[in-house]
Design a protein around this ligand. Structure first.
Ligand code: ADP
Ligand code: MG
Length: 151
């Protein structure tokens, strides 16, 4: 499996990287975000939202599971951290197949419900403000997308 890596030295760099990625996204794209609490998943999503032309502030949707934002492309921001029953069906498919881009924080908790093709992103803390961002594309479209963003 191909893997792409970006080293971010501060929150701004993470945001700018995510914003650049957003410029390559299309309706129906699904991104998963893994990483410990405080790794930078929500920081990444905020950058992504800027890149999608979303004006509202994106906050961690911890208490709502799914938040929807209107932009040039809509963003469906999911944080499934508090989902106590992973088999609970909240109609995720409608988002995955919708007109927007879906970002799922703690995606492994709903592994069985994720679409086959997706861009898996891991964020790892390697220093106070340094993060290793690892992109693992599943499927052709996402592999090409990664090649493009890394070019
Ligand atoms: P998560 O959603 O993974 O729990 P958050 O994005 O909410 O994480 O929080 C990440 C925290 O780490 C923020 O306070 C952010 O400012 C800080 N941080 C420091 N360096 C970085 C970096 N390079 N990339 C992203 N966040 C960083
Ligand atoms: Mg978060």
């Amino acid at each position: 499996m191909s893997q792409f890596e970006y080293i971010s030295s501060n929150p701004d760099e993470t945001g700018v990287f995510a914003k650049r990625l957003a410029g390559l996204l299309a309706p129906g794209d699904v991104l998963t975000l893994e990483g410990d609490l405080g790794a930078g998943k929500t920081t990444f999503t905020k950058g992504l939202a800027l890149g999608l032309g979303i004006k509202r502030t994106v906050n961690s949707p911890t208490f709502t599971i799914i938040k929807e934002y209107k932009g040039d492309l809509p963003l469906y921001h999911m944080d499934v951290y508090r989902l106590d029953d992973s088999f609970e069906d909240l109609g995720f498919d409608e988002y995955f197949e919708g007109e927007g881009v879906t970002v799922v924080e703690w995606a492994h908790l709903i592994e069985d419900q994720l679409p086959g093709d997706r861009l898996a992103i891991g964020i790892y803390r390697t220093g106070d403000t340094e993060r290793r961002i690892v992109l693992e594309p599943v499927g052709d479209r996402y592999r090409k997308l990664c090649e493009e963003i890394m070019a």
